[in-house]
Write a protein that binds this ligand. Structure first.
Ligand SMILES: [Zn+2]
Length: 283
């Protein structure tokens, strides 16, 4: 039988690296929202939120883990899983070449998973990395998510999935689409044990990820200003032949329309998540 993913030697990167991760970039960063020039170090001290306008810059998985987990309290699993290119896919370039290019950026899949502590609350974490092929979900992402959910079910701990993804990875075709059902089924088994699942939707959460487990949280929490939706606004406008309202598919619009349960500013995220987990585990 053809294997859907391969196991390589473990890379040098490990949980400890997240503590000393260096964010590349210049001395100054231009805010994408208000165009102010911000001192990069100040931006980093501010959880990568623009101090002038509150715009939330995207975080990669390592930055997200550093933000949420107590110091040195993240044990990562399954870092050795790699895609096997099951369809030998090629469009403008080969899928295998895209993987190599993505790995050069320092990430080794579009999701990192492990068990961490958030203000002392033990939790299973699945964290998407948009820098790796747009955070797309292939077989490895789905498998890693299932494994961390099942591990959390066995340990009797909650799960948080932090999405930042363009959706299913088209280079893996139907194999990537079936991950939507596979991960959702693992979450159902987790819920049957009375264990909570929080979905954190960050910019952007779209496609097959938004259409499955990212919307299945006992609590669906968004970061401010995040793009969240299935199809992009241009596709929808062309389909329904009318203009979409202002702010459509952004967190604030979705909160007003009951799609997400709450929006939490990044500076309060760790504290609020630990409070919510504490409350949910008591009931
Ligand atoms: Zn700004």
């Amino acid at each position: 039988m053809c294997a859907w993913f391969s196991i390589s030697k473990a890379p040098k990167a490990n949980a400890e690296d997240t503590d000393k991760l260096e964010i590349p970039g210049g001395l100054w960063t231009k805010c994408k929202s208000c165009s102010e020039i911000v001192y990069t170090k100040e931006l980093e001290r501010n959880f990568k939120v623009c101090p002038k306008c509150g715009y939330h810059f995207r975080l990669n998985a390592a930055e997200r883990i550093n933000l949420l987990c107590d110091a040195a309290q993240f044990e990562e699993f399954d870092i050795q899983l790699r895609s096997n290119d099951p369809l030998t896919f090629k469009d403008s370039s080969k899928y295998k070449d895209r993987i190599k290019k993505a790995e050069k950026s320092g990430s080794y899949e579009a999701l990192r998973s492990g068990i961490g502590k958030i203000n002392g609350e033990k939790v299973g974490l699945g964290v998407f990395d948009f820098t790796y092929i747009g955070g797309s979900m292939g077989v490895v992402v789905g498998e890693k998510l299932c494994r961390i959910i099942e591990r959390s079910t066995t340990l009797g701990i909650p799960v948080i999935i932090i999405s930042s993804s363009g959706g299913a990875r088209m280079q893996e075709g139907i194999y990537s689409l079936m991950q939507m059902a596979k991960v959702t089924a693992a979450l159902v088994r987790h819920a049957e044990r009375g264990l909570p699942y929080i979905s954190l939707l960050t910019d952007p959460t779209t496609g097959g990820v938004a259409a499955s487990f990212a919307m299945k949280g006992d609590l669906n929490i968004a970061e401010p200003g995040a793009l969240i939706g299935f199809a992009g606004p241009r596709v929808i406008e062309q389909t329904i032949r009318s203009k979409l309202p202002e702010g459509f598919q952004r967190s604030e619009f979705l909160l007003n329309h009951g799609v997400v349960d709450m929006i939490i500013h990044r500076s309060e995220l760790k504290q609020k998540l630990s409070e919510l987990l504490g409350l949910m585990m008591k009931h």
